[in-house]
Design a protein. Structure first.
Lengths: 56, 588
């Protein structure tokens, strides 16, 4: 297995070492795809997952 | 160049197997920080939109600038802020509300910025919104601000926080309240709990005031008096002891990633509701659990959802669409995504009870653990199989479900005492049959054709069987006392024994015979009920199936277990009053 196959490339851009004020100059296209994917996920997964039990 | 977070296949495999240690959970936590950065950027892209009022825009950019300053000055505080579930909840709502025709609360970013600046100990000045005479400092607590003004200017020199002539609080006091000392007069610290057991510490906040964490099906418990906060602290401590001593592999990663418990207010004291929101990674919500073991189980359950939500933010596992599917832990049919969450949670719930079998001392508690382990471990393989068959999983989702299925098969090899296995099988069958009668539908014309073939004495072939589809609440099937009693045998055995001894159970004669193990008589009684009535009697059909299940030699046992819904419809089409056993024999 190659190095790339040993890892999964995720849908989340790695922004940990980027200051907030450096995001805008990157331009919309760099993050646009990730944000669009995420907006779709927000629509699908916004509701909380809940569990209910009524005690006997 | 921006790269994406990468997840080692080995770590993915760990998560798929239900686990994921502290090192594995770090991948999810780091991705959440980036996710929150991404959401902040998305919000910033829309902050200058025409629909945003001028004061909102000004507040947003002031907050954004202060956050940028804090991030540059104290990266550790920047990371702390980006890890807050409170931030995730607010950011989610900012992006979703415009699509619902509502205005995003952009000004709230100033509260995050002020909290971050206080946390970092840096000087600042910023206008923040006042809501219900409170200014939220997410992650820390809230300031009490008397008066009607919707805004207040907060100033800090790094040592003191001031704002108007009546507000002056030492910055070192602007921390969560661990209950050890009194709070500064104008400060309400978010209740903090430090749970310690066998050298393992879990620091967690009880969020009772941040409306962006009031996002569950039940309301957040707010304004909890000190006595109730102490109850929660003690319950969390005792649940932590259970986790550390008997479920350490879950305790360690939980402590590394879950920073918030949201107490919920249930409608009734006897209800237990818990929840996780994909928007607020790191937060678990629950109503008051009745004991430490239940709270520990709740934490394990919801932590599975926390992990899977975080993983699915990184790696999509489910495609949209697809049919609804049976979930053994729910009354309603579930979409593939919901079923995957349920399978994932119940894999660890099964493991939880597997460990509890060794930890419990009281015979009733041991029985409960045995039955719950048997009950939930049996659901993993078939549920994962149903997911794979549904065709709604991505490539990674298929691998994930295959690992889950494998884990379920392995759990099935573990020995369980016969009495516990029997109870578990019976309650599982009761649940499945009730669900099938509720939600499995057939085309009326196909049912009519099959019923006519039966009446005419034709020979049955598999090709004649009507095609089943899932249609929620196809038939009205209520909850029964019988179902409650079947579950009471292991969930509340003392009460079960008392009720049986008193002989005052509101049950039909057939149900009494079934509960008392008089199986052949129960079969006859249910049969007589069905034959003697022109009305559809779903409870009697389920009871008959349960009674036949106990007769392992019955030739029609399997027909009732697998074709109950179509037999019920055929019987109803024929006007009732026919022998259900004869009908089942025809289909066998």
């Amino acid at each position: 297995m190659t190095s790339q196959e040993q890892e999964i490339s995720s849908a989340v851009p790695d922004l940990r070492n980027l200051p907030l004020d450096r995001l805008k100059p990157l331009g919309g296209s760099v993050l646009a795809h990730s944000i669009a994917l995420f907006r779709q996920r927000l629509k699908e997964s916004g509701l909380p997952l809940s569990s209910f039990q009524s005690r006997i | 160049m921006i790269t994406t977070h990468r997840l080692p296949q080995t770590v993915f495999g760990e998560f798929a197997a239900g686990g994921g240690d502290q090192d594995a959970i770090r991948y999810l936590c780091e991705a959440q920080q980036s996710k929150h950065m991404m959401l902040l950027h998305a919000i910033a892209e829309e902050a200058d939109g025409a629909a945003i009022p001028a004061y909102g825009k000004a507040a947003f950019w002031a907050g954004y600038a202060l956050l940028t300053q804090v991030q540059a000055t104290d990266p550790g505080t920047g990371a702390w802020l980006l890890s807050l579930p409170n931030l995730g909840g607010w950011a989610h709502d900012c992006l979703v509300r415009p699509e619902q025709g509502l205005a995003p609360d952009l000004a709230h970013i100033t509260c995050f910025a002020a909290a971050a600046a206080v946390h970092a100990g840096i000087p600042f000045e910023i206008d923040v919104p006042v809501l219900n005479e409170r200014v939220q400092l997410p992650g820390l607590g809230s300031l009490r601000i008397a008066g009607q003004s919707p805004w207040i200017t907060l100033r800090s020199d790094g040592e003191w926080l001031t704002g108007r002539e009546d507000l002056k609080v030492a910055c070192r006091d602007l921390v969560p309240d661990d209950g050890s000392t009194g709070s500064a007069p104008q400060w309400y610290g978010t209740p903090a709990v430090r749970a310690v057991a066998d050298g393992l510490t879990w620091d967690v906040r009880l969020e009772t005031g941040d409306l962006y964490l009031d996002r569950y099906t039940l309301p957040m418990s707010t304004n909890l008096p000190a006595g109730e906060i102490d109850h929660w602290r003690r319950r969390i401590q005792s649940a932590w002891e259970v986790l550390v001593r008997h479920h350490r592999s879950a305790a360690e990663p939980l402590a590394a990633s879950v920073s918030v418990v949201v107490p919920l207010t249930a409608q009734r004291d006897t209800d237990l509701v818990s929840a996780t929101s994909p928007a607020a990674f790191g937060a678990i919500a629950t109503s008051w659990p009745p004991d430490s073991v239940t709270m520990a189980e709740t934490l394990v359950h919801e932590f599975q959802h926390v992990k899977l939500c975080g993983l699915m933010d990184m790696v999509p596992l489910v495609k949209t669409g697809g049919d609804l599917i049976y979930a053994p832990w729910r009354q309603d049919p579930r979409p593939a995504g919901g079923l995957l969450q349920g399978v994932y949670a119940h894999l660890e719930i099964a493991r939880f009870w597997h460990a509890q079998r060794q930890a419990e001392i009281d015979p009733d508690d041991i029985l409960r653990a045995q039955v719950l382990f048997a009950r939930w471990r049996s659901t993993i393989d078939p549920s994962a199989h149903a997911l794979l068959e549904a065709g709604c999983l991505t490539r990674h989702g298929v691998r994930f479900a295959e690992v889950l299925q494998d884990q379920g098969r392995h759990l099935k090899t573990v020995h369980v005492p016969d009495d516990a296995e029997r109870i578990a099988e019976e309650v599982a069958l009761d649940h499945r049959l009730t669900w099938q009668l509720r939600h499995v539908a057939f085309a009326p014309a196909e049912v009519a054709r099959l019923a006519t073939a039966y009446q005419q004495g034709q020979f049955f072939t598999a090709e004649m069987r009507p095609r089943a589809r899932i249609k929620e609440d196809t038939r009205k099937v209520g909850s029964t006392v019988r179902t409650q009693l079947l579950n009471m045998r292991y969930l509340a055995p003392v009460r079960y024994r008392e009720l049986c001894a008193a002989g005052v159970l509101p049950l039909s004669e057939a149900d009494v015979l079934l509960i008392n193990g008089k199986t052949s008589a129960a079969v006859q009684a249910y049969r007589d009920q069905i034959v003697g009535s022109a009305d559809p009697l779903p409870d009697a059909w389920i009871g008959l199936a349960l009674a036949l299940h106990q007769l392992s030699q019955s030739p029609v046992r399997q027909a009732f277990a697998t074709h109950l819904a179509v037999m019920f419809d055929m019987h109803a089409y024929s006007g009732g009053r026919r022998d259900p056993l004869d009908l089942a024999g025809w289909l066998t």
